[in-house]
Design a protein around this ligand. Structure first.
Ligand SMILES: Nc1ncnc2c1ncn2[C@@H]1O[C@H](COP(=O)(O)OP(=O)(O)OP(=O)(O)O)[C@@H](O)[C@H]1O
Length: 314
């Protein structure tokens, strides 16, 4: 967890209690630490229900990312019958201790962790799982885009399957570097002349590599690399490479040498159509998500699978 110099991290041990106006939550274990806070698995003391609790240390110098995360989750809740967003259970601030917290629905393992586990056996998800789970990832993105936000850090680590009976639902987890690209009058903001790199090199869009303002289409491009990461038997060719220039070149080669890039996948030509569609979109363009959903379904059929089949981890 990164905090301002001189500030101490929030470091809760198992058994630590956080009390709000509504309930008391007891820390069970640390689920993960990220750019701006930590996430714990907690148990509500009266009901015994399990939740995820995200904590952010208050900062004098940086705007609260957790506040934005809460605002986004409030906006998008109820978008679909089966939501891709974790429900807000409780939230608050602890002035004396100096932190904000959000209690939310507990999800299961991230797609990155699920893939890692499976990787030991076969390297990637089966095409039907990769294609169908990616469709849900894009639905989450579509719901976020409807409210004028872009995510800017789409990757398997920021999506998780649901816990227990919800293991067929994919949740989007982290809005730490999301950005509202509409202004108060609901008009698209004028693109800035130069933009600093934000996000994750492995999944960044080419506009992001080049310092160009990101729009809805850039989330879709990152989503496409996520799909390739889940489906390709040997993973993305640029995995492990942290050199932005080399990675950007490798991404260009997905377009110029598609047969190599798709590693013999049966549905490679349909995936190629999807990225060709995304590539011709401009900053201001809205995305035809249904065009992409239709092609994902077509790709699944061409691989001999069914979109509604149980996932590899179920
Ligand atoms: N609702 C949830 N249920 C279960 N696990 C969660 C939940 N929210 C987040 N996590 C887990 O907690 C960890 C950190 O979460 P998250 O990515 O939201 O935090 P972050 O501080 O923004 O991280 P980063 O900066 O690395 O993106 C991740 O491993 C994620 O899988």
């Amino acid at each position: 967890m990164s905090v301002d110099p001189g500030e101490e991290d929030v470091d809760f041990k198992p058994g630590h209690e956080i009390t709000s106006k509504k309930a008391t939550y007891v820390v069970e274990k640390l689920l993960g630490e990220g750019g701006f806070g930590a996430v714990y698995k907690v148990k509500e003391s009266k009901t015994g229900k399990l939740y995820a609790l995200k904590v952010e240390k208050k900062s004098e110098t940086k705007p609260s990312k957790l506040k934005m995360e809460i605002a986004i989750l409030k906006l998008v809740s109820g978008e679909r019958k089966t939501s891709h967003f974790t429900e807000i259970v409780d939230r608050g601030k602890k002035d004396k201790e100096g932190y904000f917290f959000l209690v939310m629905e507990l999800a299961g393992a991230s797609l990155a962790d699920l893939k890692k586990k499976r990787g030991k056996m076969s390297g990637a998800f089966s095409p039907p799982t990769a294609l169908s789970a990616s469709l849900q990832c894009l639905e989450a993105c579509e719901d976020l885009h409807k409210y004028g936000y872009i995510h800017r850090d789409l990757k398997p680590a920021n999506y998780a399957c649901g816990a227990d009976k919800k293991s067929h639902t994919i949740y989007i987890l982290d809005f730490g570097i999301s950005r509202k690209i509409l202004n108060d009058r609901n008009e698209l903001k004028t693109p800035r002349v130069t933009v600093r790199f934000k996000g994750t090199i492995k999944f960044a869009s080419m506009a992001c590599h080049k310092g160009i303002e990101l729009g809805w289409k850039d989330d879709c491009e990152s989503w496409f690399y996520l799909l390739l990461d889940l489906i390709l038997p040997n993973g993305l060719q640029w995995r492990g490479n942290q050199d932005k220039g080399t990675v950007c070149k490798a991404k260009e080669e997905v377009r110029s040498k598609p047969k190599d890039a798709y590693q013999g996948l049966k549905c490679w030509n349909i995936l190629d159509k999807i990225i060709t569609y995304i590539d011709q979109l401009q900053y201001q363009d809205h995305v035809d998500y249904h065009y992409i959903y239709r092609h994902l379904t077509e790709a699944c059929i061409s691989c001999g699978g069914k979109m509604e089949a149980p996932y590899d981890w179920e």
